[in-house]
Ligand binder design. Structure first.
Ligand SMILES: [Fe+2]
Length: 162
């Protein structure tokens, strides 16, 4: 008994989507852990704003980790769940000891840039596999992430110059 038999998706196409989702899963797991570090270690005048913002971002990343893993299962795959595997696969690199707000923000923006690029590429793969549900999932991610990037860039752009 297999999910794919009931949801009418071709296994070859679904496997390609699964492989892209595994990549995204690894990237989100490392990103999540980096955000935890920023939340804990940040210092300076923007502490209260950034401490809360990083918590909001890691909660969002945790939701996505679960959604991505469950989508992998629906498509007949098995989500990777060990950090040793994530670190081998992830394009997001681990960071530690960051206490400077701008450094953390730049890291988050670089990560968004990478995630957005991967999601756009995977969206095409999912579309070619007629996997509308993954297309929709990724499309929702992109919409929210592009808005977050705009806000982070505005925040990081600093004080008004007169
Ligand atoms: Fe906390």
């Amino acid at each position: 008994m297999k999910t794919l038999d009931y949801i009418h998706l071709d296994a070859t196409g679904a496997n390609k989507v699964v492989s892209g989702l595994q990549q995204l899963l690894a990237d989100f797991q490392v990103y999540y852990t980096n955000l935890r570090g920023f939340h804990w270690n940040i210092k300076g005048h923007a502490f209260f704003v950034l401490h809360s913002k990083f918590e909001e971002l890691y909660d969002d990343a945790a939701d996505k980790v679960d959604e991505i893993a469950e989508r992998i299962l629906m498509l007949g795959g098995t989500p990777v769940n060990t950090f040793s595997e994530y670190l081998k696969t992830s394009h997001v690199k681990e960071v530690s000891g960051v206490s400077c707000g701008n450094e953390a923000l730049n890291n988050v923006l670089d990560t968004f840039s990478l995630l957005i690029e991967e999601e756009r590429a995977l969206l095409k793969v999912a579309s070619a596999a007629n996997d509308e549900a993954t297309v929709s999932l990724l499309s929702d991610y992109l919409k929210a992430q592009e808005k977050t990037v705009w806000m982070l860039v505005a925040f990081a752009s600093g004080d008004c110059k007169k």
